[in-house]
Each structure stands twice: as structure tokens, then as C-alpha cells.
Design a protein around this ligand. Structure first.
Ligand code: ADP
Ligand code: MG
Length: 507
């Protein structure tokens, strides 16, 4: 489904409730309102809606523009005046008005200015004006703070974001002389959902980039929107946005896991009401190295159709006391802002193993992580992978931490055949001509990674002989390889033994 958005006029609309709340405040006689924001244009726009309800004149003042009346005669240049002069003008005005003072905070350091503003706010010998201080990091002196009502601009809702994206599409269309912008509706909605948690102007900047890029909004733009949002939230050495995603079909075997994910997709994405169903929260993938755990983590994000964020345990740790926990908190906060998403902790045992020099940090990290897992309210799906159990803290394995602990075992002959097939196809080699069933039979004990590696090496051998790849090349490679499960037979057996009865087989 897609439609072309015709060019049309529409002005940006501010958050629905903000202007009503502000109007109520003003009608209730608030003398001084402080709005800490970097969204100056949005705030001014909101006040234009406020005056429709309060019917009072609206002015703005800034050091560059001077004093301007905003409720009519928009184009009239401002009246040049300084910060103390503007306060005098306000004071002298007999008609009660609304005055937006932009970036006024620095002038409040002057005793006279401060005093003047206080008198206006206390309405000493002047009309009942409302003065609104708008700026970032408004740090009001104590004597003003008592008189001021702080007001927080609400973040835009999904509906408002969706409207904004449409507006941007129309605006782009106008700029291009009425050229039609192709908009894929479900993608537009997904983009709006992705932009939640951002201010309207940040979200608008992203929307504009998506549209200007190719003059269309398509399915591809959803992932790009997530990436741009992630970047906007600032640099992080701990949390990484994984671009390299996978589909469930890219994994051979692991059918139980794939089914599990497919069954939960709609609920996780909030597309169907969950009703009595508990929303999916996370899985632990435990198992033999090279059998597709990391691949599965990527494919789960692909299966859910949400961004994948990887938490890098190694860079979490910092030698400075307290930094490690702060890093973790910031990473988890950021994941919360990116919802819905998959948070992937690869080889979690390495990050939690601790050690004598560790000073209890890994215990605290574990505690923090467990609390977050228990209390998180946002749709962040946790995928943890582990190759070993002996280093895994028992608390992590307790019932209820994860929805399920899946055991990813060595592939059986059928799955091995599937792995060979998949990886031949990926290299654009038709699997038809190969005796894959027989080869798979012979590759007893091979992991998926080892099977893939056999194909890679066999291709080199064939290339060296300048002949096409054949069964003989593959067979030779399989014979040459001593799979890890043989080299480390005891360890693999111990892992399997442990998993029996404690985990669900991912196959
Ligand atoms: N079940 C599988 N299906 C397809 N490819 C696999 C499978 N298991 C392993 N592979 C291949 O081996 C590579 C390495 O596997 P990986 O997911 O890193 O294993 P693990 O994380 O369990 O150690 C994968 O990227 C993939 O190419
Ligand atoms: Mg791995």
C-alpha cells in the first residue's frame, strides 16, 4: 500500500495538550512561567495557540530582535530595546499581556534587572502580565524561583510525529515545485513510532533527511530512522547499533527458537493487544561455540523487525570507581529510548565472571542488570548468549529471569545439510549438483561455523586448481578438519549434560 502525498499547505502543529495547560496557567494568573527547552520555535508556536484561548496580546523579546508583537502583524520588525528597557515597557503597559523572554537568564545576574522582574511578577503597581522565561539551562535565582511556575514541554506523541512526517513530505513536495513524494503508509507509521522520545524539532530533522535523501518514504527508511535516532542520542562506546542484521531464514535449524520468535512478533511490536499474554522479555542462548548463537541474536531482531543494539561488556568496565555502573546505566537508558528494540549481550559470561582483581564490580553489574531485567517497562527484548555455564552466575539462570533458556546444540545431519545448502547459496553456488546429504552425514560433530569454513576453504582449493567446486573439494576439507566438538569432547559433553532438563532445545 502506498500513496502519493499531494502538495498542500499545513503549518507545524505543537503538542496537543501543551497549549491548553499553558492557557489554564495564564488564566489562573501565573505571573512567571519558566520553560527549560531548546525547542524555542515550538514553544513560540504553542503560545500562538494559547492566545486563541486567553485573548491577550502576545510579545516576544530577544537581544537580537528586540520586542515584537506576535499575535498580529507578524512581519513588523521588533522594537530595539535592551533587557532592562523591555522590563520597563512591560511594566508601563496597562493592557495585560503575555511576554516571552528568550534567553533572558544571563541578565538575571544583574541586581536591578532581577529586582525589576520580581516586581512585575509580584504585580507591584502594574497590570497582571504573564512573563515567560524560555531558554536552555534556566537556572533561576532563588528569589525568582519562588514566583515561577516551571513548565515542561511534552514530547510529541506518535500521532503528532506521524502528522509531522506528513507535513515534511508536503513541504518537500512544495519545495520541489509540486513533485509527488511517494509515501509508504505502514513505513510512515513505523518511522513515527521510532521517533518517539525525541523532541519535535529533532524528529523533524530526521524526517527531513529521510525524505530529502530520495524524495520518498519507503520500508528502507525505517531502519535508517532508527540509526539516525541512535546517533542523535550521542556517542556510546558501550552500546552499538548493529547494521548487519539477519533474517530467521538465514539460520539452519533452531526451529523451536524460530517458532518461538514468530509467535511473539506481533505482541512484541505492539501490533496486537497482548491480553493475557505476557509480553516477551528475553532469552538466553546457551550452547556450543560456532552453532549460530550470535547469528540467532541478529535474526531475532530481524524476526521482530526492530533495531539490534549490542552491549559490549568489555568496554563497560572502567578502572574508575563507579564509572562502570554509570556506563551500564547510560547504555540501558539509551536502549529504553530506542524501543522497541533487541538488546544483545554477546558472551555474557565474560562480562560477569569477575575475578580477584575485580573488586566486586562484576557483582554490582550483575545486580544492576538483574534489577533492570525485572523492572523494565519498555519493550526491550534481551538476548544474551553464552558459550560456557561454569562462569555464569546462578542468579542469572534462575527461573523467571529469561522467558526461556535455549540450548543451541551441534547440528544434526539434516541441519548440517541445511547449513551447507545455505552457505553455498549465499556464495551463489547452486547446491543441486552436490551430494550434500552424504557430506552432511560425514560431517558428524561439525558446528555450523566449521561447515561454513569448510566451504570457504574448498572454494580456495577449487580456485587454485582453476576448476569449479566439487564434492571432492568439500570432502577433502571435511576430512582435514578436526571439529571442536572432537577436540573438546569433554567440555561439550559437560555442557550438554548440564543443559539436559534445564533448558529448551533450540532445534
Ligand atoms: N545454524 C546455522 N545456520 C547457518 N549458519 C550458521 C549456523 N551456525 C553457524 N553458522 C555460521 O557460522 C557463523 C558463526 O556462528 P556464530 O553465530 O558466531 O556462532 P556462536 O555465536 O554460536 O559461536 C555464522 O555467522 C554463520 O555464518
Ligand atoms: Mg557468538
Amino acid at each position: 500500500m502506498s500513496f502519493d502525498l499531494p502538495a498542500g499547505m499545513s503549518a507545524p502543529t505543537p503538542a496537543v495538550h501543551a497549549h491548553e495547560d499553558l492557557a489554564a496557567l495564564i488564566r489562573a494568573g501565573a505571573p512567571l512561567i519558566a520553560i527549560d527547552t531548546d525547542e524555542e520555535p515550538e514553544v513560540i508556536q504553542t503560545f500562538r495557540h494559547v492566545i486563541a484561548q486567553t485573548l491577550r496580546p502576545l510579545f516576544s523579546w530577544s537581544v537580537t530582535q528586540g520586542l515584537k508583537r506576535l499575535d498580529f502583524a507578524d512581519d513588523v520588525p521588533g522594537r530595539t530595546c535592551g533587557p532592562s528597557e523591555v522590563l520597563q515597557v512591560i511594566r508601563d503597559s496597562t493592557q495585560r499581556g503575555i511576554y516571552l523572554l528568550l534567553d533572558f537568564a544571563p541578565y538575571l545576574r544583574y541586581v536591578a534587572t532581577l529586582r525589576h522582574l520580581r516586581e512585575i511578577a509580584q504585580r507591584q503597581g502594574c497590570a497582571e502580565h504573564t512573563v515567560v522565561l524560555i531558554g536552555t539551562k534556566l537556572d533561576l535565582p532563588a528569589e525568582l524561583e519562588r514566583l515561577a511556575t516551571p513548565f515542561r514541554m511534552q514530547l510529541p506523541s506518535e500521532a503528532e510525529l506521524s502528522k509531522m512526517v506528513r507535513e515534511e513530505a508536503s513541504a518537500f513536495s512544495r519545495e520541489q515545485g509540486g513533485k509527488r513524494v511517494q509515501v509508504h503508509l505502514p513505513s510512515l507509521n513505523a518511522i513515527a513510532r521510532c521517533l518517539r522520545g525525541l523532541s519535535l524539532s529533532d524528529a523533524r530533522r530526521i524526517a527531513r533527511r529521510l525524505i530529502v535523501h530520495d524524495g520518498a518514504l519507503t520500508a528502507n527508511d525505517v531502519a535508517v530512522a532508527a540509526k539516525l535516532k541512535f546517533e542523535l542520542l550521542g556517542d556510546s562506546s558501550v552500546l552499538h547499533f548493529e547494521i548487519d542484521d539477519a533474517k530467521l531464514d538465514d539460520i539452519a535449524g533452531l526451529n523451536a527458537l524460530k517458532r518461538w520468535v514468530a509467535q511473539r512478533r506481533a505482541v512484541f511490536r505492539g501490533e496486537t493487544p497482548s491480553g493475557q499474554l505476557d509480553p516477551p522479555r528475553g532469552v538466553l542462548l546457551l550452547g556450543v561455540q560456532g552453532c549460530g548463537k550470535s547469528l540467532a541474536a541478529k535474526a531475532i531482531a530481524g524476526g521482530f523487525g526492530v533495531p539490534l543494539l549490542r552491549l559490549e561488556m568489555a568496554s563497560l568496565y572502567n578502572k574508575f570507581h563507579g564509572e562502570t555502573e554509570r556506563n551500564l546505566r547510560e547504555a540501558l537508558d539509551r536502549a529504553d529510548q530506542m524501543t522497541p528494540c533487541v538488546l544483545w549481550i554477546d558472551e555474557i559470561e565474560k562480562g560477569l565472571a569477575g575475578g580477584s582483581a575485580d573488586d566486586g564490580v562484576s557483582r554490582r553489574v550483575l545486580g544492576f542488570l538483574l534489577t533492570w531485567m525485572a523492572e523494565r517497562k519498555h519493550p526491550v527484548f534481551l538476548v544474551a548468549t553464552a558459550n560456557a555455564i561454569e562462569q555464569l552466575p546462578p542468579e542469572l539462570l534462575r527461573k523467571g529471569r529469561f522467558d526461556e533458556i535455549f540450548f543451541v546444540d551441534l547440528p544434526d545431519a539434516d541441519v548440517r545439510k541445511e547449513v551447507l545448502e545455505l552457505h553455498l547459496k549465499r556464495r551463489e553456488i547452486e547446491p543441486e549438483g552436490f551430494a550434500l546429504a552424504r557430506l552432511a552425514e560425514l560431517a558428524e560433530g561439525f558446528s555450523g561455523a566449521e561447515l561454513e569454513q569448510a566451504i570457504v576453504s574448498a572454494l580456495y582449493a577449487a580456485h587454485a586448481e582453476q576448476v569449479p567446486l566439487s564434492n571432492t573439494h568439500l570432502l577433502a576439507e571435511l576430512r582435514r578438519t578436526r571439529p571442536l566438538s572432537v577436540v573438546m569432547a569433554e567440555k561439550v559433553e559437560a555442557l550438554r549434560e548440564w543443559a539436559r532438563g534445564r533448558t529448551v532445545l533450540a532445534d
